[in-house]
Design a protein around this ligand. Structure first.
Ligand SMILES: Cc1cc2nc3c(=O)[nH]c(=O)nc-3n(C[C@H](O)[C@H](O)[C@H](O)COP(=O)(O)OP(=O)(O)OC[C@H]3O[C@@H](n4cnc5c(N)ncnc54)[C@H](O)[C@@H]3O)c2cc1C
Length: 320
C-alpha cells in the first residue's frame, strides 16, 4: 500500500498535499495497490473529498497533541502508523514539513529515501526515482532497494489530478509519545498568504534601486492578489523583510505564477523559484540570465512597465 502524508496548516490541508496524493495514487496504480492517506490531528476540510485525488482511505490519528507540527513527534507517529498499516511506499510533499520528517521516518523504518522526486518512479525493473539536483540544473536517477521506500515529491512537478471518488475515513489508534518541546504560542502574519503556499508571487530585486520604490511592486501585487517576495541582496539591505527572501538560502516556493522584476536570475535565486509553473521576467537588460528560465519576458524599465501593467490589470478587472 502507498501511504501519503497529509500536511496541514492549523485546520487546513496544504495545497502540496493534493499533489502528493495525486502522485501517490498514480504510483499505487502503477504498482497495483491502494493509495491511502494519513492525517495527524484534525482539519476543517471534508476528508472524504480526498477520494477525488485518488485516496481510497484516509487514516486519521485524532490526538490533541498532534495539532501543532512537532517534527520528532510526527516522524515517530507516521513511522508507527506505516508499520501498523503495512505501507510499502510513503509519499510526502517536499515542502518545509515534508523535508523535516520524511528522512526521520525513513530512518525509523530502515527505508531507502529519495527527496525532491520530480517524476513517477520507474518500476519496470526495480524501483528507480528521478530527482532534480544542482538547483534544478540536472537530474539524478536513484534506485531504492529496501522493501519500504520513502519519497518526497517536489511541488508543481507532478500536478494535482482531480477526478471522481470518495475516500473512507477511519480512525487509527497509534501511541503518541510525549513531546520534547512545548509550543506556547503561534503568531501568524495576519492577512498574508505564506510564500510557500502562495499561488501568485510578485518579486523584486536590486533593479528597483531602493525601498522607496517598492510602491509600484506592491500596487501590482495588490491588483493581482499576489504575495510579495524579493532577492537576497534586497533583504540583506533591509529594503524588504527577511521572510520575503527567496532562493537557495531563502524560501523555496512553487507558485502558479512568479513575476520577477529587476532580478538578474542568478542560479542561487533560481534555485528557490524554478518550480514555479509560469515565470514572467521584467528586466531592462535583454541579456539578463533570468530570461532563459522565463515563460514570458518583458524587456523594459520596471518604472515604466509596472504602472502600465497594474493599470491594465485593474482595467480588465473593473472595466473602464
Ligand atoms: C552562497 C550564495 C547564496 C545565495 N543565495 C541567494 C538566494 O537565496 N537568493 C537570491 O536572490 N540570491 C542569492 N545569492 C545572491 C545571488 O548570487 C545574486 O547576487 C542575487 O540574486 C542578485 O540579486 P538581484 O538580481 O536582485 O540583483 P542584481 O544582480 O544586481 O540584478 C539586478 C537586475 O535588475 C535589472 N535592472 C536594473 N534596473 C532595472 C530597471 N529599471 N528595470 C528593470 N530591470 C532593471 C538589471 O538588468 C539586473 O538584471 C546567493 C549568493 C551566494 C554566493
Amino acid at each position: 500500500m502507498v501511504l501519503i502524508y497529509i500536511d496541514k496548516d492549523n485546520q487546513e490541508i496544504k495545497k502540496a498535499s493534493y499533489e502528493a496524493i495525486s502522485y501517490g495514487a498514480a504510483l499505487a496504480k502503477q504498482l497495483g495497490t491502494n493509495a491511502e492517506a494519513l492525517l495527524l490531528g484534525t482539519v476543517s476540510d471534508d476528508l472524504t473529498l480526498l477520494g477525488k485525488y485518488g485516496a481510497s482511505k484516509v487514516h486519521q490519528i485524532n490526538n490533541a497533541s498532534l495539532q501543532h507540527f512537532d517534527a520528532r513527534m510526527n516522524a515517530t507517529v507516521v513511522a508507527d502508523a506505516a508499520k501498523k498499516l503495512g505501507a510499502t511506499v510513503l509519499v510526502f510533499a517536499h515542502n518545509i514539513n515534508g523535508k523535516a520528517i520524511a528522512p526521520a521516518v525513513a530512518v525509523k523504518l530502515g527505508a531507502g529515501i529519495v527527496t525532491g522526486a520530480c517524476q513517477l518512479p520507474n518500476t519496470d525493473a526495480g524501483f528507480t526515482v528521478t530527482k532534480t539536483v544542482f538547483s534544478g540544473k540536472a537530474f539524478a536517477s536513484i534506485q531504492i532497494e529496501t522493501p519500504i521506500k520513502v519519497i518526497s515529491i517536489n511541488q508543481n512537478s507532478f500536478g494535482v489530478l482531480e477526478g471522481e471518488g470518495t475516500a473512507i475515513v477511519e480512525q487509527l489508534e497509534v501511541e503518541v509519545p510525549a513531546s520534547s518541546i512545548k509550543i506556547t504560542a503561534v503568531h501568524k502574519i495576519e492577512g498574508e498568504i505564506p510564500l510557500t503556499e502562495a499561488t501568485l508571487v510578485v518579486s523584486g530585486g536590486r533593479g528597483l534601486k531602493g525601498p522607496e520604490n517598492w510602491g509600484i511592486l506592491l500596487d501590482l501585487a495588490k491588483s493581482l492578489g499576489a504575495s510579495t517576495a524579493c532577492s537576497r541582496p534586497v533583504s540583506d539591505a533591509d529594503w524588504r523583510p527577511h521572510h520575503e527572501h527567496v532562493g537557495q538560502t531563502g524560501i523555496q516556493i512553487a507558485p502558479n505564477l512568479y513575476i520577477a522584476i529587476g532580478i538578474s536570475g542568478a542560479i542561487q535565486h533560481l534555485a528557490g523559484v524554478n518550480r514555479s509553473k509560469t515565470i514572467v521576467v521584467i528586466n531592462k537588460d535583454p541579456e539578463a540570465p533570468f530570461f532563459k528560465a522565463a515563460d514570458y519576458g518583458v524587456i523594459g524599465d520596471a518604472f515604466e512597465v509596472l504602472p502600465a501593467l497594474t493599470a491594465s490589470i485593474l482595467k480588465s478587472k473593473h472595466g473602464a
